[in-house]
Ligand binder design. Sequence first.
Ligand code: NDP
Length: 448
Amino acid sequence: MSIPNKYLAELMERVIQRNPHEPEFHQAVREVLTSLSPVVDAHPEYMTEGVMDCLVEPERIIKFRVPWEDDQGKVHVNRGYRIQFNSAIGPYKGGLRFDPSVNESIIKFLGFEQVFKNSLTGLPIGGAKGGSDFTRKGKSDNEVMRFCQSFMSELSKYIGPDTDVPAGDIGVGAREIGFLFGQYKRLRNEFTGAITGKGLTYGGSLVRTEATGYGLCYFTENMLKDAGRSFEGATVLVSGSGNVATYACEKATQLGGKVVAMSDSNGYVYDPDGIDLAAVKQIKEQNRQRIKVYVDTHPKAQYHEGSSGIWQIPCHIALPCATQNELDGASAKALIANGCFAVAEGANMPSTPEAIEAFHQAGVLFAPAKAANAGGVAVSALEMSQNSMRLYWSFEEVDNHLKKIMGTLYGNVISAAQEYGMPHDLVAGANIAGFLKVANSMLAYGVV
Ligand code: NDP
């Protein structure tokens, strides 16, 4: 993908030189700079005033040692990160990912994307991301607790309700958030909304657990409706079986779709009768088992090793909800050949550039992550509001806010795409709509 605007093309080269060996970060920046070319052509002040150069450089990178003791008394050392990317429109906000694949490139790409996503929600939140190369897999509750406490002992110095408010992501669910918030509260001696995704007994918001998956389906519903289609009667694939995947499956089913496959990092299950989500929740949320045990209790279902095979299953709608670059060009071609008419990203950057290009060429409706999975962070921001006001809203109230936010967000993405002459390109629309609010705030501050 070449970047049409010369200044932005040169900026991309500088990003590569200054951040070598960070392919995920390069991929995320390249996509945004490509989309922003017509904006910068029309408004050169974003170049001349340094906004574009600042946009691709994080405000702050925090990298730290996380020592912790296992149940046998052996000390392990992991690496922790928090990348505070941009606070032009509000306190930094973005999740924490605990996974062995975590490195500076991954956290930087996620933090960069978060800036635009948070802006798209229409709420006052800046962008950040953090995490560690720790995995909770195979660890006891006590080991996970000791790791989280050590991680927070350092992170607590840099966050706070008006500064930076982390949340969960891959490998950071309700249990980990409890350990992290408990340690934050103890160290700071304050009960404030410095983390979101909290349990309902200690400051959490209803619908936060469901928000990313539900929001994804609300966004997709809007996109389908504009094209004269709907979830009703559609066959749906959902990759992953974590937080986002689970609630995407739940809402897609409620909207009339039939989800026939889900996966984890080892393989996927195909159930022609439709996925039994209660069984998946039991396996993944409660028993912390592998998805393959699903077939033990569902004789008609099949398990296949290798998670990328899921895209070979015929479907109408694909919802990639696992991880970055899980859907490549070949998988996209298989989906298209099998009649898939819509793809909406629940995970961050799950489709490779080749896959996105193939979807656009084939006229497949394509909802990019920045817009489509923004429901999670939107409800996190609503959790922050409830914490500040010290009150709780009902499930229905928060769900209605979420629906409204995703509807408005969809409208803003479409308008931005239309304004810059790319009416069907939601990738460009999301990048442009997310950019404008952040960039105009940066311009207002002068050089800071
Ligand atoms: P979870 O840790 O809850 O779940 C991740 C799931 O993806 C697990 O089922 C995991 O399987 C599976 N997985 C990991 N790698 C692969 C792979 N290569 N192929 C297939 N499955 C895989 O994370 P979340 O659901 O929270 O996050 C999923 C994605 O959504 C991430 O990209 C995240 O950044 C994004 N996201 C999350 C938000 C949230 O609110 N949680 C908000 C916005 C975006 P296994 O059990 O084997 O590890």
